[in-house]
Design a protein around this ligand. Structure first.
Ligand SMILES: Nc1ncnc2c1ncn2[C@@H]1O[C@H](COP(=O)(O)OP(=O)(O)O)[C@@H](O)[C@H]1O
Ligand SMILES: [Mg+2]
Length: 225
């Protein structure tokens, strides 16, 4: 479960720019919310604030039982590693690791024994349709395949919160649909809370709710998508 209460964020500058003014949002376990909005409105910043990667100027952020805005950096980093999963637009797949190693990485960081980490990573690769390519280097993969590896890696440690920033941004419509099936299926199956930022109305319509981020806050546009 994710809950934002009266989140405030102002960007420094002359004059300073108010990005969020008492923004509130609740995402239940097993639910995926899509956030759409014009470029520059603050969607990526919102995800970064939720993840504790950017400071906020007011309000509360709760993930499960934890008030994450109150945690010190080390505690936040540990929570992020164990309970958060990210899918970024620019994959961030490591080039010198093979696919299995890329997917197993979050488990290694959590000090899971090598054998069971490899087993789980292999299962995730099978789920994203890349089971036969576990030992391949990422250089041989297409954009759609890399995005599937990124999703496998984001979900391999069964995070309670999944944050995805334009996960279908570089994909053709058919690939995008497959990637969304996977992402939404995994979020629902593992009872995680999901926040999916996208500029695509088609992608957004697949989520349980669609919210538009505007300068004056979040608006529920589920019925208009
Ligand atoms: N660290 C920062 N310092 C100053 N301005 C920033 C910073 N990060 C983002 N911005 C600005 O904040 C606004 C929102 O950016 P972003 O969250 O990336 O929007 P979106 O993802 O909706 O396109 C933009 O105007 C961007 O230039
Ligand atoms: Mg963005």
């Amino acid at each position: 479960m994710l809950e934002l209460r009266h989140l405030c964020k102002t960007l420094p500058g002359t004059p300073p720019r108010v990005l969020f003014d008492r923004l509130s949002l609740r995402v239940d376990s097993g639910e995926c919310v899509a956030i759409v909005g014009e470029s520059g409105v603050g969607k990526s910043t919102l995800l970064n604030c939720i993840a504790g990667l950017e400071p906020i100027d007011g309000g509360e952020i709760q993930v499960g039982p934890s008030r994450v805005d109150r945690l010190d950096d080390d505690t936040m980093a540990r929570l992020r590693r164990s309970h958060f999963g990210f899918v970024f637009q620019a994959f961030h797949i490591l080039p010198h690791l093979n696919l299995l190693q890329n997917v197993a990485l979050p488990l290694w960081l959590l000090r899971e024994p090598e054998g069971s980490a490899a087993g789980r990573a292999r299962t995730m690769l099978e789920r994203v349709g890349l089971g036969g390519r576990a030992e391949d280097p990422p250089q041989q993969l297409s954009g759609g395949e890399l995005q599937r590896v990124a999703i496998a890696r984001a979900l391999v440690h069964r995070p309670h919160l999944v944050l995805a920033d334009e996960p279908t941004g570089n994909l053709d419509p058919e690939r995008a649909s497959g990637v969304l099936d996977l992402l939404l299926g995994q979020i629902r199956d593992s009872r995680a809370a999901g926040v999916l930022v996208t500029h695509s109305r088609t992608a957004a319509a697949r989520a349980d709710r669609v919210l538009e981020l505007r300068a004056d806050g979040l608006h529920d546009i589920t019925r208009r998508v």
